[in-house]
Ligand binder design. Structure first.
Ligand code: FUB
Length: 603
């Protein structure tokens, strides 16, 4: 299957690319290029967007779908591939049709509701799987269908009062009240009346009472309930209705995404993340794509002042990147804005690796902030053949070459080894292209990569940023600072600031002697909450000639208790007069929740 997609990309793809992707190198939509994906279901959790998708098999002539995939992003431009943690095999009672699902988070667990074909009845049913992590592994929660009425496309809303609802349906539309265990329900499935007032009037494609077709996406925003759905097949557009309660009555509001995109189905998922609103959908835009070989894409949008949706059209550019990517911490090779020619697979060292790499293939990583410069590049590689080269280029796959790493054979595709090569000329923020070169056949596999900052003013101003030396170099501006060994982002220690009494309390470090006036600084720090979900940011306090100013080093991001959130940003620091104090702080925008901090750099 992998090779089939690659072949399509290399042959048919050339023509389609020139139509759909006039500058595929600059495009970020569709989100995934290594396989065909469909039916997006985004979930915001711990400062990341987790994107759950279906998977259209290469060359399909029907909805031939056997597994589901997970991707995640903190910047909406670079997406990390987490592989496939759930397939038809997860449900012993199912035998086909791994179709459009939805993941809900409750009580620290992740519930994935999916339509599959029930082997016993031969008709579609809804199964539910559960996991302790957003990336799985997922297991069948009840060993049988949760509901079984031959209809599809489950979606869950957990209302503010804690009542959860499961919605699904094609051709009808249903809901049932889920119990708090999320794997059973109370009462009977209820049919939502498909009235033209509620779901619109068909002008074509008759045979159904209203525009409603399938794929309900129900959510609540500013007190209003929305049901976004695929409308009036075929081809489908995305319409929506609103209601004053989770159970209606629904009022049809119009079109969000008109018919377009080369797939006769569409399927929407809507989230708010990091201050923006995002609309996920699918189309047939990848080379070889169509109604049964679809790809998930995303657009950023702004609700109208009255809460209605604007019209949203598909683009190849996708949303703007949030912040930048830090090349000086380990980055997974499978964190990608655009992949050309390669595929991903499970890595023997955990997670995924990029593989099946041939001469001329490349990975684009968007918005990489090199700051004052990088001096070297390290890659974790494996090769069962003679290896090849990794060219580091800026701006495009043929852009400025800032380094080349030679990779020799390692004796196997999962025999991992690290290679390092010098880098020069990588300063500022650029799209980074890892371009692979060598002979014929597969060259190498790539698990992760990391740059080392350049010397001189590019060095880190923080001492003990890894926190592996306990509290050395750090002070708390309030509360107690201790070395924590129960949680660590990397290594075995982090810092815990507990007993904070004000939002500005946090671990801080004096950087007065090392700060340069007018210089642009790149900040990266990982944070986690001890309790609650505070909004956390890094700040530089600068006092010069008796005047104190505050430089926001990173945007504030929500930190949770069961995962790490990266704060990152680039800020130019300047002052007038004589500098008497400069302190690097991690703080919250409000509240006094205890804060874990790890792997901080300011350079
Ligand atoms: O992917 C299979 C089916 O196509 C989904 O369940 C529907 O929503 C449509 O997208």
């Amino acid at each position: 299957m992998r090779i089939a997609l690659r072949t399509v990309l290399c042959t048919v793809g050339l023509l389609l690319t020139s139509v759909l992707f006039p500058s595929a190198a600059g495009a970020d939509n569709p989100i995934v290029q290594t396989i065909y994906t469909a039916d997006p279901a985004p979930l915001v959790h711990n400062g990341r967007v987790y994107l759950y998708t279906g998977h259209d098999e290469d060359g399909s002539t029907y909805f031939t779908m056997r597994d589901w995939h997970v991707y995640s992003s903190s910047d909406m431009a670079n997406w990390t591939d987490h592989g496939s943690p759930m397939s038809l095999a997860t449900f012993a009672w199912a035998d086909a049709n791994a179709w459009a699902g939805h993941v809900a988070h409750r009580n620290g667990r992740f519930y994935w509701y999916v339509p599959v074909r029930d082997r016993a009845t031969g008709s579609m049913a809804i199964g539910v799987a559960v996991a302790d992590s957003p990336t799985g592994p997922f297991r069948d929660a009840i060993g049988r269908p949760l509901v079984n009425n031959g209809e599809i496309d489950p979606n869950v809303l957990i209302d503010d009062n804690g009542q959860a609802y499961l919605y699904w349906g094609n051709p009808r539309l249903w809901y049932v009240r889920l119990n708090t265990d999320m794997i059973s329900y109370s009462g009977s499935p209820t049919q939502i009346p498909l009235t033209t007032a509620g779901f619109g009037t068909r002008t074509g494609n008759t045979g159904r009472p209203t525009l409603y077709e399938e794929g309900p996406w129900v959510f609540k925003r500013n007190g209003l309930y929305y049901n976004v759905f695929a409308a009036e097949c075929c081809s489908e557009f995305i319409g929506y209705s609103t209601a004053p309660s989770a159970t209606g009555p629904w009022t049809y509001r119009g079109t969000i995404m008109p018919r377009q995109g080369g797939s006769f189905t569409n399927h929407a998922g809507v989230i708010d993340f990091n201050g923006g609103s995002y609309f996920f959908y699918h189309n047939g835009a990848l080379p070889g794509g169509g109604g049964y070989t679809r790809s998930v894409a995303v657009e950023r949008f702004t609700y109208n002042a009255d809460g209605t949706f604007p019209t949203i059209n598909m683009t190849t550019a996708g949303p703007p990147q949030i912040g930048t990517l830090d090349p000086f911490v380990r980055q997974e090779a499978e964190t990608i804005a655009w992949a050309s020619g390669v595929e991903t697979e499970p890595s023997g060292e955990g997670g995924m690796n990029v593989g099946f790499i041939e001469n001329g293939d490349h990975l684009k990583v968007k918005g990489v902030a090199f700051g004052d410069g990088a001096s070297s590049f390290t890659a974790r590689v494996a090769s069962a053949t003679g290896g090849g080269r990794i060219e580091l280029r800026l701006g495009s796959a043929t852009g400025a070459l800032v380094g080349t790493c030679a990779v020799a054979g390692t004796g196997g595709w999962q025999s991992w080894s690290s290679v390092t090569c010098p880098v020069s000329g990588a300063t500022g923020t650029h799209d980074l292209y890892l371009r692979f070169a060598g002979g014929s056949g597969y060259l190498l596999n790539l698990d992760w990569w990391q740059f080392t900052p350049g010397g001189g003013s590019g060095t880190d101003l923080l001492a003990n940023g890894t926190m592996e030396n306990g509290t050395t170099g750090w002070t708390a501006s309030g509360g107690t600072l201790t070395a924590a060994t129960d949680v660590a982002h990397a290594g075995s220690r982090s810092l815990l600031n507990s007993g904070r009494t004000a939002s500005w309390n946090g671990p801080h470090q004096n950087v007065t002697a090392r700060l340069t006036n007018g210089k642009s600084y790149l900040t990266s720090v990982w944070v986690r909450s001890q309790s609650g979900n505070p909004s956390v940011k890094a700040t530089l306090t600068v006092t010069a000639d008796g005047t104190t100013s505050y430089h926001q080093l990173t945007p504030a991001r929500t930190a949770g208790t069961n995962g790490w959130t990266q704060l990152t940003g680039t800020t130019t620091v300047s002052w007038t007069g004589t500098l008497t104090n400069a302190s690097f702080y991690v703080e919250t925008t409000a509240g006094t929740d205890g804060l874990y901090v790890d792997d901080a750099s300011f350079r």
